[in-house]
Design a protein around this ligand. Structure first.
Ligand SMILES: *[C@@H]1O[C@H](CO)[C@@H](O)[C@H](O)[C@H]1NC(C)=O
Ligand SMILES: *[C@@H]1O[C@H](CO)[C@@H](O)[C@H](O)[C@H]1NC(C)=O
Ligand SMILES: *[C@@H]1O[C@H](CO)[C@@H](O)[C@H](O)[C@H]1NC(C)=O
Ligand SMILES: *[C@@H]1O[C@H](CO)[C@@H](O)[C@H](O)[C@H]1NC(C)=O
Ligand SMILES: *[C@@H]1O[C@H](CO)[C@@H](O)[C@H](O)[C@H]1NC(C)=O
Ligand SMILES: *[C@@H]1O[C@H](CO)[C@@H](O)[C@H](O)[C@H]1NC(C)=O
Ligand SMILES: *[C@@H]1O[C@H](CO)[C@@H](O)[C@H](O)[C@H]1NC(C)=O
Ligand SMILES: *[C@@H]1O[C@H](CO)[C@@H](O)[C@H](O)[C@H]1NC(C)=O
Ligand SMILES: *[C@@H]1O[C@H](CO)[C@@H](O)[C@H](O)[C@H]1NC(C)=O
Ligand SMILES: *[C@@H]1O[C@H](CO)[C@@H](O)[C@H](O)[C@H]1NC(C)=O
Ligand SMILES: *[C@@H]1O[C@H](CO)[C@@H](O)[C@H](O)[C@H]1NC(C)=O
Ligand SMILES: *[C@@H]1O[C@H](CO)[C@@H](O)[C@H](O)[C@H]1NC(C)=O
Ligand SMILES: [Cu+2]
Length: 566
């Protein structure tokens, strides 16, 4: 069983590996097909997972699969035309998006990442993965590791204690948005039944200039107008390029895994004429609810099920940038195609669902976790987490509370802790959480009309309150009984977001805005959770050698850190 599964993974990987010299266009990511499901998990009952089920408390219980899934990845530099327009793309294994990684709930995952770039460092973050007692594998430069120098390899190891849909991406400079991003799937049970997987839908915004080239203008003038967007690395432009398209079979129920990997775009996603059922948000299965349009901000994921129950025809799949908070020059033409009749080649003529441009999470009351969890007597530490923008010389920076993050690539927090130095500087934006197993909560507020997708590493956070155009005060009701919990939520414009989590995972965990520009402009903080327990969790040899290689490379390269360092 185990052997067969590993063989399948190897086979899939080999089939997906392109020949960089021959190909000019990347292939679409391998469809989610060769997945192995657990006994009992069938189209008629997706709630079962071998001896486990959707009712098990995955914060506590994890299947013992005895399997270690192993992958090798290379961060590469290619010139391709994702939408028909050619440019430099930083990629994973020469593909955009990179290869989908897959494991089962309970598996150990081991990934060897080699930096094949010549003028950049790298580091890969496994977005949403809890990293339970494995903080060193979180992949954040300046926090959990030094960047991986060109030519070097770093091995990450962690256990899949959750299941569902996510992505992995570079957490070094703006590299994630140059193309270093790909889907990550952990198979497990689900809260609704479906027949088949349609696959992952990775939404990105896209420009004909690189994110690095746009950054100076973003810093000086605010978010630039982006050219267009891509669905699974594809779109059309000026009569060139091609669209994501797939055929569907009438009467079949499909699971779709939607990921927003944009640098600065809040999308509404939909399929013309088809309603869908939302079954998970980030890595959290939810009580299913129906919708026609999905609000999805950067870093978030939703799993939905739709039935091919409409007239035999071609239908658009749409990803529409919300102009209230995103600036895109091609809002109406970021589309894919679903065809009932796979001999058709025509463009669909279907119409979009009625929708209103806005930048909000799906309705708070709809986001009910299937596994009910209660926040018990949360403690407020009084930290000022007001998010604001300010001019620093001739450029904009963002800060949270007093400080804008500015951490150094060669002095990651874990190295400092490993060396016994517990003194941090103000610009490290450290919030210490020394108590074990305490529920803490934080009020993140803003008086700026810009919404921010706030992402926490190392935990799911519990959303106790969230409001737009409102000021937090002590009489705001905190919802402690099974509130929505996930790893990215919107801090609404001029509003507040109150989040809580249990200090059950020692480490240095970043909490930050997932808008790429804002992250580079300092909108981040780090929780140093249970500092005294961290040294015992570290592999200091790996920590030190990654830093030694980085120091050696930077000694002779021309590289300069111009952003927040994360
Ligand atoms: C990535 O590329 C390397 C080198 O070609 C290959 O060994 C590896 O299997 C590829 N990984 C995946 C997940 O496709
Ligand atoms: C998380 O790690 C701790 C410490 O090793 C362990 O006691 C706990 O069972 C782990 N939790 C899960 C869900 O694996
Ligand atoms: C990618 O290749 C281009 C063109 O050769 C080069 O200018 C750029 O510095 C390279 N980028 C990285 C990160 O290696
Ligand atoms: C990474 O490489 C790109 C070229 O591919 C360059 O534009 C960018 O400045 C480099 N990043 C840093 C931080 O040097
Ligand atoms: C549909 O996808 C295929 C590749 O899978 C591509 O060759 C074709 O051009 C696409 N069709 C459209 C209309 O873009
Ligand atoms: C899609 O829905 C619209 C509005 O309800 C309807 O007019 C149209 O006929 C539908 N399209 C197809 C192909 O069924
Ligand atoms: C936006 O698109 C229009 C029409 O395609 C084009 O003329 C214009 O130059 C574009 N603007 C930018 C800033 O890309
Ligand atoms: C087209 O659909 C038919 C019937 O579902 C199927 O047998 C065939 O393999 C499909 N062809 C392609 C190219 O997807
Ligand atoms: C919180 O920080 C913001 C931004 O630095 C500042 O404007 C505000 O006065 C602070 N509020 C309190 C109560 O300290
Ligand atoms: C922010 O600055 C105020 C005033 O200097 C100080 O009292 C407070 O402790 C600082 N907060 C943080 C989180 O550093
Ligand atoms: C401890 O780390 C801080 C940076 O956070 C640094 O400024 C200070 O010099 C370090 N102290 C020692 C003794 O290394
Ligand atoms: C406190 O906030 C609530 C909810 O936004 C609001 O209804 C109430 O008026 C506020 N109270 C005060 C004293 O500002
Ligand atoms: Cu932001």
């Amino acid at each position: 069983m185990t052997l067969i599964r590993n063989l399948l993974l190897l086979v899939t990987a080999a089939a997906a590996a392109p020949s960089p010299l021959v190909e000019t266009l990347p292939s679409l990511p391998a469809p989610v097909a060769a997945r192995s499901v657990c006994a009992g998990n069938t189209a008629a009952d997706r709630s079962v997972w071998c001896d486990y089920s959707i009712d098990d408390d995955y914060y506590d219980v994890v299947p013992d699969t005895g399997v270690t899934v192993e992958y090798w990845l290379e961060i590469t530099n290619i010139t391709i035309a994702p939408d028909g327009f050619e440019r430099v793309v930083l990629a994973i294994n020469n593909t955009l998006p990179g290869p989908t990684l897959e494991a089962n709930w309970g598996d150990f995952v081991k990934i060897h990442v080699t930096n094949r770039l010549t003028t950049n460092g790298t580091g890969i973050h496994w977005h949403g993965i809890r990293q339970n007692y494995t903080v060193q594998n979180d992949g954040v430069s300046s926090i959990t590791q030094c960047p991986i120098a060109p030519g070097e390899t770093l091995t990450y190891q962690w256990r899949a204690t959750q299941y569902g849909t996510s992505w992995y991406h570079s957490h070094w400079s703006l590299q994630a948005w140059e193309g270093v991003a790909a889907p990550l799937i952990i198979n497990g049970p689900a809260t609704a039944n479906y027949d088949e997987e349609l696959g992952t839908i990775l939404l990105t915004d896209w420009s004909h200039e690189t994110a690095d080239a746009l950054y100076p203008s973003a810093e000086a003038n605010g978010p630039p107008l982006l050219t267009t967007g891509l669905i699974n690395g594809h779109n059309v432009w000026d009569g060139l390029g091609s669209r994501y398209n797939t055929s569907i079979v009438a009467g079949t129920k499909y699971r779709v895994r939607i990921i927003n990997g944009a640098i600065d775009t809040f999308f509404k996603w939909s399929i013309d004429n088809h309603t869908f059922t939302v079954i998970a948000m980030d890595f959290v299965p939810i009580v299913p609810f129906e919708a026609t349009v999905l609000d999805i901000t950067m870093g978030q994921r939703y799993d939905v099920v739709f039935e091919a129950d409409q007239a035999i025809a071609d239908y658009w799949m749409r990803a529409i940038p919300q102009e209230t908070c995103s600036s895109n020059n091609n809002t109406d033409n970021i589309r894919g195609i679903l065809r009932y009749d796979n001999t058709s080649t025509a463009d669909p003529v279907s119409q979009a669902w009625a929708q209103v441009d806005s930048c909000e999470d799906m309705p708070y009351d709809s986001l009910v976790p299937h596994l009910s969890q209660t926040v018990v007597h949360p403690t407020y530490d009084g930290s000022n987490m007001t998010v604001s923008v300010f001019a620093s010389g001739s450029v904009f920076k963002w800060k949270i509370g007093n400080d804008s993050m500015m951490v150094l690539w060669d002095e990651p927090s874990l190295l400092q802790i490993s060396n016994g130095n517990t003194t941090f500087e103000e610009q490290d934006v450290v919030y210490k959480l020394p108590e074990a197993n305490e529920w803490v909560y934080f009020v993140i507020e803003t008086i700026v009309a810009v919404p921010h997708p706030i992402h926490l590493h190392g935990h799911d956070f519990y959303i106790l309150a969230q409001a737009e155009s409102a000021t937090y005060n002590d009489s705001v009701t905190l919802n402690l009984v099974n509130p929505p919990r996930r790893d990215v939520a919107v801090l609404p414009g001029n509003g507040y977001l109150v989040v809580s989590f249990l200090t059950d995972n020692p480490g240095a965990w970043l909490m930050h805005c997932h808008i790429g520009w804002h992250l580079s402009e300092g909108l981040a903080l780090q929780f140093i959770e249970r500092e005294s327990e961290i040294p015992a969790l570290l592999d200091t040899e790996t920590l030190d050698s990654t830093c030694a290689s980085w120091d050696a490379w930077t000694a002779t390269s021309q590289i300069t850190e111009l952003d927040s360092g994360v």
